[in-house]
Write a protein that binds this ligand. Structure first.
Ligand code: NOJ
Length: 538
């Protein structure tokens, strides 16, 4: 065998076949809230299929669908009862096959969500484990003998201890709700079973998976106390969670799953949720032979602050380029308050989106951000998120970013369901009609049109979404110089003004602006007001 240097192997693996995922724009569909096809007030596969042309027109390359499995419903589908069956609320396995076919015909790829860290407490394994402590199924979870106090100080991410008692007095581990018992990945039967699940959906034509809690799975074998307590205000898990996150053994699983992907001719991909604070550690999950994309959430967790944005982007680019992987960017998802509310205005959310869509790597959009949706106020009686209930109402939870999509301004339920359907599962705010898709389509100043145009330009200009980026900052202004490759004759610069004063930037030609009210450049100079981003040719 030739002694190929690691860097070369790294590059060749990441660019093998078409590597479609390297600079893809991926659109996250919160299935329950996207489109209701059967009138029960809950989004489903029929609804999603009918809306695929909308996504093709938006210009995205792939769609990630949040969990669709039969589930206990304790955590928005992230408590799976059966990994190869579809929750009847959403449809059937045949609906998934049809979705994939329709999507492929439109040039879209479909990613499903897989949940390997824990199952539902109603999964047949856990039911058998409860019934018989000596069963093989019990060895697939973390049980500890009866004792007065919980076995250690591990905390649930949603509040309270991570241990609950079984009816016979044992303790079992759940890093999320008690209805989500953690699997014991040191038991090889667990990994074998997930290989079967991956192949089941890949054989059906699915193009990949978003992997839930990809930084988790393994736990300290001696169950030692964690050095500290996790706070959701942190950028991600750090050394304080050393016993329950980022155990080095987890990388073996991602190599194993990558090998399963590589069994297929059409390229399958994996994007892992790697909520670790240390970006170098996140990068390791995207090494050659592991996950294709490793989500880092530092940008998502950064406030509207030029220094935080510039530093995070530079560090993330460094961390991923060190392993030859593209950086996946994300500003919003189903776990985080909507950008328009978090940053303080829709104008700022639009500027941030333009910055993200320029950066080299892939961009993940969360359904509704292209409409500029704000975080919705949800009446307590309508709330569903276990975070709200487990924190005794201290944490609002994530329902406000999971509201059904407004499609048609003047239709009942804003067109999420057909007229005469059941009420939507979460209430749509009464004043959302202005955000509806039908109001924004063909309106040149709408947020939807801005996203469409930005994605189109990203396809047209090689300097956008791939290549080299150099990030600099002066006060509240971040400048990103983008080039398809060294010496690119057509480099592009993205400027974002996150400060409070209008600044003047040198511009030869204005390609795109996040705000409609910008005058063209005069004499090679452009006035860039606060809360605005532009793409320019120098
Ligand atoms: C991360 C998911 O994004 C979140 O919605 C879920 O509650 C946890 N993982 C647990 O599965």
């Amino acid at each position: 065998m030739s002694a190929e240097p690691i860097e070369d192997r790294c590059r060749s693996e990441h660019v093998r076949r078409d590597a479609w995922w390297r600079d893809a724009v991926v659109y996250q569909v919160y299935l329950r809230s996207f489109a209701d096809g059967n009138g029960d007030g809950v989004g489903d596969f029929a609804g999603l299929r009918a809306r695929l042309p909308y996504l093709a027109e938006l210009g995205v390359n792939a769609v990630w669908v949040t969990p669709h499995y039969v589930s206990g419903g304790a955590d928005g589908g992230y408590d799976v009862i059966d990994y190869t069956a579809v929750d009847p609320d959403y449809g059937t396995v045949e609906d998934v096959r049809a979705l994939v076919e329709d999507a492929h015909a439109l040039g879209l790829r479909i990613l499903l969500d897989i949940v390997p860290n824990h199952t539902s407490d109603q999964h047949e394994w856990f039911r058998r484990a409860l019934a018989d402590p000596d069963s093989p199924e019990a060895a697939r979870y973390h049980f500890m003998p009866a004792s007065e106090e919980p076995p250690n100080n591990w905390q649930s991410m949603f509040g309270g201890p991570a241990w609950s008692r079984t009816p016979d007095g044992r303790w079992y581990l759940h890093l999320f709700t008690p209805q989500q018992p953690d699997l014991n990945w040191d038991n090889p039967e667990v990994a074998d079973d997930f290989d079967r699940t991956l192949r089941f959906w890949f054989d059906l034509g699915v193009d990949g998976f978003r992997v839930d809690v990809a930084y988790g799975l393994f736990k300290d074998p001696a169950y030692r106390d964690n050095p500290g307590i996790y706070s959701p205000t942190l950028f991600g898990h750090g050394p304080e969670q050393a016993m329950t996150t980022n155990q080095p053994r987890v990388h073996q699983i991602w190599r194993r799953w990558r090998a399963v992907c590589n069994e297929y001719f059409d390229e399958k991909m994996l994007v892992g949720e790697v909520s670790l604070a240390d970006l170098e550690q996140v990068g390791l999950y995207a090494r050659p032979g592991e996950l294709h994309h490793a989500f880092q959430f530092r940008l998502l967790k950064s406030d509207w602050d030029a220094e935080a944005f510039a530093e995070t982007i530079t560090e993330a680019l460094d961390a991923f380029s060190a392993v030859g992987a593209p950086a996946p960017w994300v500003l919003g998802n189903h776990d985080k308050a909507r950008q328009a509310t978090r940053y303080g205005s829709e104008r700022r959310a639009r500027a941030a989106a333009l910055l993200m869509l320029a950066l080299p790597g892939s961009a993940y959009l969360y359904a509704g951000e292209e409409l500029g949706l704000p975080e919705a106020t949800v009446p307590d009686a309508a709330r569903r998120d276990p975070i709200f209930f487990r924190s005794g109402g201290k944490r609002a939870g994530r329902d406000g970013c999971r509201i059904p999509m407004p499609w048609t301004a003047d239709a009942p339920a804003a067109g999420f369901s057909a007229a005469g359907s059941a009420e939507p599962w979460l209430p749509l705010p009464a004043d959302w009609s202005g955000y509806a898709v039908d109001r924004q389509l063909d309106d040149p100043s709408s947020t939807l049109t801005m996203y469409q145009q930005a994605i189109l330009l990203r396809d047209l200009y090689p300097a956008l979404g791939s290549g080299q980026a150099t990030v600099t900052r002066e006060g509240g202004v971040v400048r990103v110089d983008l080039a398809a490759h060294h010496g690119d004759p057509e480099p592009i610069t993205c400027w974002i003004n996150m400060g409070t004063e209008t600044v003047t930037v040198p511009v030869h030609r204005l390609l795109m602006a996040s705000a409609p009210d910008l005058g063209g450049p005069v004499g090679g100079l452009l006035m860039l007001p606060p809360d605005t981003a532009v793409w320019t040719r120098v």
